[in-house]
Design a protein around this ligand. Structure first.
Ligand SMILES: Nc1ncnc2c1ncn2[C@@H]1O[C@H](COP(=O)(O)OP(=O)(O)OP(=O)(O)O)[C@@H](O)[C@H]1O
Ligand SMILES: [Mg+2]
Length: 377
């Protein structure tokens, strides 16, 4: 077991592509840390750098306190599981798992012990003499995991290992992987572009985004799932984490008081401030007559509206999922301000009906439209 630490890591490829810049990240001993972000944000490059498959152009990487920046993949004591886990089709489960150990000239009885132990952990004993072609997707995925486990690495590196599985199996394997991590306690860095997977699996989640120059960092925020959801540091993280996504409403506070009077798309609206927000007046006062972005998660709307203020619109469409219902509406005069609100299905309004919907001001976020940074009162 070991920590995995990235220190000011940067990577520019030969063709000039800047994939990574200023990445500082510590995966703690035994932690399951998930890297998430849109395609091209550098997740695989960061993971491959840890594995020794890419050479850094900036910074250092340490595993268990040992600087491994200049070591080859074979000397880093890590095991990697890829999306295409490519098992050897002519070998059975046992041979697939034992193969890497055999290469390292480990005695046969030790190999047998390790493989059987991993196979038991992964529930693979019933299939131990089957060929990959006769296994289900989930079983094959477990064999790939087994191949990594038998090596007793200090660190697991996994790049979208579940993305080839169907939706149901993926959910099942997520839980199994988490359980396995808890049982083995091996430090794990896990890549996915699926924010739900990231939130459900990670002890902590690191959100990355592409960079355009060296002054920026790919790493936007690294925190426990709940903190990421409740306290996103900027518009990027706020919009990326959560489904349906957070609504961003451009507002212009116009008057002071215990309410946030604001114009939204030219219409006057009133939102009641929480006592805390009203007390943080200097914070809001500086935004009077300037555009401010209000971030409202779909579940932070109140309908029917128990408050004295709120947003007025018209129901565009509704969606019923059973447990939840969603109302979609636009704020007058803007096409971009398409809003999604989650409401109690028992109070689903009619399509085309006039809508007055409250906002739970305890749960809103404020963002500076210039920097995109979250503002805390
Ligand atoms: N060998 C390479 N040469 C040049 N550019 C590369 C190379 N490998 C990756 N890149 C670029 O580096 C950036 C980061 O790529 P990377 O594969 O790390 O993204 P990712 O976050 O894993 O994306 P995805 O979710 O699509 O897998 C991208 O712009 C990509 O085009
Ligand atoms: Mg990738």
């Amino acid at each position: 077991m070991a920590t995995l630490s990235f220190q000011s890591v940067g990577k520019r490829f030969g063709d000039g592509t800047l994939a990574l810049s200023r990445v500082d990240l510590d995966v703690k001993d035994g932690e399951f840390l998930v890297l998430v972000g849109p395609s091209g944000c550098g997740k695989s490059t960061l993971l491959r750098s840890a594995a020794g498959l890419e050479t850094l152009t900036e910074g250092r990487i340490a595993i268990g306190g040992r600087d491994v920046t200049d070591l080859g993949p074979g000397d880093r004591d890590i095991a990697m599981v890829f999306q295409n886990y490519a098992l050897y089709p002519h070998m059975d489960v046992y041979e697939n798992m034992a193969f890497g150990l055999g290469q390292r000239k480990i005695p046969k009885d030790i190999i047998r012990q390790k493989v059987e132990q991993a196979a038991r952990t992964l529930d693979l004993m019933p299939y131990i003499h089957k060929k990959p072609g006769t296994l289900s997707g989930g079983q094959r995925q477990r064999v790939a995991m087994g191949r990594a486990i038998v090596r007793d690495p200090q660190c697991f590196l996994m790049d979208e290992p579940l993305s080839n599985l169907d939706a149901k199996l993926r959910v099942q394997m997520r839980a199994e992987l988490k359980l396995l991590n808890a049982r083995l306690g091996v430090t794990t860095l896990y890549v996915t572009h699926d924010q739900v997977e990231a939130m459900t699996m990670g002890d902590r989640v690191a959100v990355l985004r592409p960079v355009s120059d060296e002054s920026q960092s790919n790493l936007q925020q690294c925190a426990a799932p709940r903190e990421l959801y409740e306290k996103p540091v900027n518009l990027f993280v706020a919009g990326f984490i959560g489904s349906p996504a957070m609504n961003f409403i451009t507002v212009r506070p116009v008057r002071k008081g215990k309410t946030l009077r604001c114009t939204i798309a030219g219409t006057d609206m009133t939102l009641p401030l929480t006592p805390q927000q009203a007390a943080a007046r200097p914070f809001l006062d500086q935004w009077i007559d300037r555009d401010l972005i209000l971030g409202v998660r779909p579940e932070a709307f109140l309908y029917p509206n128990p408050t004295s203020g709120g947003l007025r619109s018209e129901v565009l469409i509704t969606e019923m999922t059973g447990a939840d219902a969603y109302v979609f509406f636009e704020l007058r005069g803007t096409a971009s301000n398409r809003i999604t609100a989650r409401i109690d299905p028992r109070h689903l309004p009619e399509r085309g009906a006039a809508l007055e919907i409250g906002v739970d001001m305890e749960r809103v976020h404020f963002f500076d439209p210039g920097s995109g940074l979250a503002l805390r009162g």
